[in-house]
Write a protein that binds this ligand. Structure first.
Ligand SMILES: *Cc1c(COP(=O)(O)O)cnc(C)c1O
Length: 388
């Protein structure tokens, strides 16, 4: 890959990932094992590359959404145990046992299917998933604690399932004013753990994802499932030194003058309020940006924030560079991500259109080249010549 020829590319800084991983380890403390969640190609940043780096940083267990993602990590030579987040079909049990993949059990019926499939092959590693309020996956607990406990008692009696953990997922209210709703679910989960212990079922527990891991250390349990904290896109821990690992870049393809009153872009929705110098940039909504998002959107060129003007095109966009006269053809532009010197953060970009930082990076299309900066010495480098 010759980067000089790319319209846009996504940089992923592995040194920042290593730093974030060290911060996560410190916050987890000795009693809590972080699980590196790399689902959906690690939010688009590259599951194999991120998982490999996390494993090298000492992350002892990984997680993906489904079997296909887990098997892709195995094909890449990654050997850590992998916990699936979603229920696998009984047809996957043999491969799960062979490949050291841990399956969640989402209800008693599912457990019986897994048990039947596991019996001829050996013992299947499992965690039991319960639902304490999100009403997504897992054995519902609310208002039926006795029945849920009886279901779990029957699951733990099955001889071919290991049942090594009890997990749930919390709705994750972002608004600090609604944090009591997070606490309610955290409390319900830990109370249910106590309720199970009354009949001698004591399982390692986990419910925290990054937001709760950072905001509620008092609820740390034996495991925590983390992505955003590793990637440095979760709110509130920059003061600890965490940094966003990703940066979306494009370049200046053409520079031109536009007269006051002339319209820029599709549908003539933007008229230049003054004579302007504009730069045409090589990124658009076909790359995964939000088409309607121009009002208030900025990018960083030569250390200065410039405004995006006119509707985005599929592969191109236009920025007002009138106040940055030293911009040159081919200049690198930071669309968003951590840019030393005041670039637009992924969270800031998300907030502009009411989106979520995870969504912003997960929307970036596969055709955008991923460039991994600062691989550890000895690791296979994916760095194109001339960068790094
Ligand atoms: C994606 C996911 C996580 C990690 O979420 P972050 O907020 O990015 O840390 C944890 N648990 C489950 C069930 C998930 O789906």
């Amino acid at each position: 890959m010759r980067l000089e020829e790319e319209r846009c590319w996504l940089e992923i800084d592995l040194e920042k990932l290593r730093r974030n991983a060290a911060i996560v380890e410190g916050l987890a403390g000795p009693g809590c094992t972080p699980i590196g969640v790399v689902k959906t190609n690690c939010y688009g940043l590259g599951a194999v590359e991120i998982a490999r780096e996390l494993a090298a940083c000492g992350c002892r267990i990984l997680s993906t959404a489904d079997m296909a993602e887990a098997l892709a990590l195995r094909r890449a030579g990654i050997r850590e145990p992998i916990l699936l987040l979603g229920p696998a079909a009984p047809e996957s049990v043999e491969a799960a046992i062979r490949e050291n993949i841990i399956l969640p059990v989402v209800d008693l019926e599912h457990a019986l299917l897994l048990e039947r499939a596991a019996a001829p092959c050996g013992r299947l590693r499992t965690h039991i998933k319960v639902d304490v309020g999100m009403n997504r996956l897992g054995i519902p607990v609310n208002g039926r604690e006795e029945e849920a406990r009886e279901d779990i008692r029957r699951v733990t009696a099955l001889p071919h399932l290991t049942n090594e953990g009890l997990m749930t997922h919390i709705s994750g209210m972002q608004d600090p004013a609604l944090d009591h709703l997070n606490v309610e679910q955290l409390e319900r989960f830990s109370a249910f753990g106590d309720f199970l212990a009354e009949i001698g079922i004591c399982l390692p527990m986990h419910c925290e994802s990054s937001m709760l891991f950072l905001s509620h250390p008092e609820y740390h349990q034996q495991f925590a499932r983390l992505t955003s904290a590793y990637l440095g896109i979760e709110k509130g821990y920059e003061p600890l030194g965490a940094r966003c690992v990703a940066r979306l870049c494009t370049r200046v393809l053409q520079i031109k003058q536009v007269k006051k009153g002339d319209c820029i872009g599709y549908w003539m929705t933007y008229a230049a309020p003054r004579d302007m110098t504009v730069a045409v940039l090589g990124v658009g909504y076909g790359d995964g940006l939000v088409r309607g998002l121009t009002r208030g959107a900025h990018m960083l060129i030569r250390g200065r924030r410039v405004e995006v003007v006119g509707k985005l095109s599929m592969s191109f966009s236009v920025a007002d560079i009138t106040d940055v006269p030293d911009v040159r053809l081919g200049d690198e532009v930071t669309v968003f991500g951590e840019a030393d010197g005041g670039g637009v953060s992924i969270r800031e970009y998300a907030e502009l259109y009411g989106g979520h930082p995870c969504e912003v990076i997960a929307m970036l299309k596969e055709h955008i080249p991923r460039v991994y900066l600062h691989p550890r010495p000895g690791a296979a480098s994916k760095l194109p010549a001339g960068l790094g």
